[in-house]
Design a protein around this ligand. Structure first.
Ligand SMILES: [Zn+2]
Length: 263
């Protein structure tokens, strides 16, 4: 089964010095369809008001209104979303569940436990609205906890990919041009995936050719993180990170491994 993928802009975080590409960190989720069903991969971030109140972080947009608007722009209503695959439970990827009372949320069991008691450096990234509402959902209709790699629907699989978090999962989506890896924060910018390629990074390093540059937010070792990235590339023809503005907006119509690559 082939799917079509729409990238949704779900808000911006304004964090100076955090990314090499600038002080504005865009956040993205994805809506996928096989022509009949609609699936969401990640569910957006808190609103700018919530970001300011809870985290003292400036943001633009975000929240349920922005997510609803991004879905409306592709003529999808929240109630059409039958399944939500959460790559992980950080607040900028797992929020706004109130829009989707009927959807089945799919998350790795390991990730849910990590959300409750994360590695100390990640306590700031997990918040109760990202995991407590999950406990109130009916199982398995409203919440499906899984362990490891799994095909969820024909042409849509997840791969357990520890690195950024222990229970991170990457969505592998079959399209007519090949398989897309929606990697979210497992290498959250192209520079992580292609550290020697000047199309991907402002600071290309020849010493890094053929390797990966794992992000600084990670629960696992650099070796485990890089191993997960390598494993994704055994299945995915292209990868699409969550926090890079240069990602394709519609797939397979737009299709590139590296930004500015001829397609
Ligand atoms: Zn994250």
């Amino acid at each position: 089964m082939n799917w079509r993928i729409h990238t949704l802009s779900t808000g911006d975080l304004l964090l100076p010095g955090f990314h090499e590409s600038g002080d504005v960190i865009p956040t993205h989720a994805w809506a996928l369809t096989d022509g009949t069903r609609w699936v969401l991969v990640d569910s957006g971030m808190p609103s700018e008001a919530e970001m300011r109140a809870k985290w003292k972080v400036e943001a633009r947009g975000g929240g349920a209104d922005m997510l609803r608007g991004a879905l409306a722009a592709i003529s999808v209503k929240p109630e059409q979303i039958g399944m939500i695959v959460l790559t992980h439970l950080h607040f900028d990827h797992a929020w706004n569940f109130e829009l989707f009372p009927q959807a089945q949320i799919v998350v790795q069991r390991t990730e849910l436990f990590h959300a409750i008691d994360p590695v100390p450096t990640q306590r700031i990234y997990y918040a109760k609205p990202s995991y407590l509402p999950l406990l109130d959902r009916r199982r398995p209709a409203g919440l499906r906890l899984i362990d490891g790699d799994m095909e969820l629907l024909p042409g849509l699989s997840v791969m357990l990919s520890p690195g950024h978090t222990p229970g991170m999962q990457v969505a592998l989506v079959q399209t007519e041009r090949g398989t897309v890896g929606l990697v979210a924060d497992l290498g959250e910018e192209y520079s992580a995936w292609f550290p020697a390629d000047p199309r991907a990074t402002k600071h290309p390093s020849n010493a890094m050719r053929g390797s990966f540059r794992p992000g600084s937010i990670r629960s696992e070792s650099e070796m485990v993180y890089s191993g997960s990235m390598a494993r994704v590339l055994t299945r995915a023809a292209i990868v699409v990170p969550a926090h890079d503005d240069r990602i394709p907006r519609m797939m397979p119509d737009q299709w590139w491994s590296v930004p500015n690559e001829a397609v």
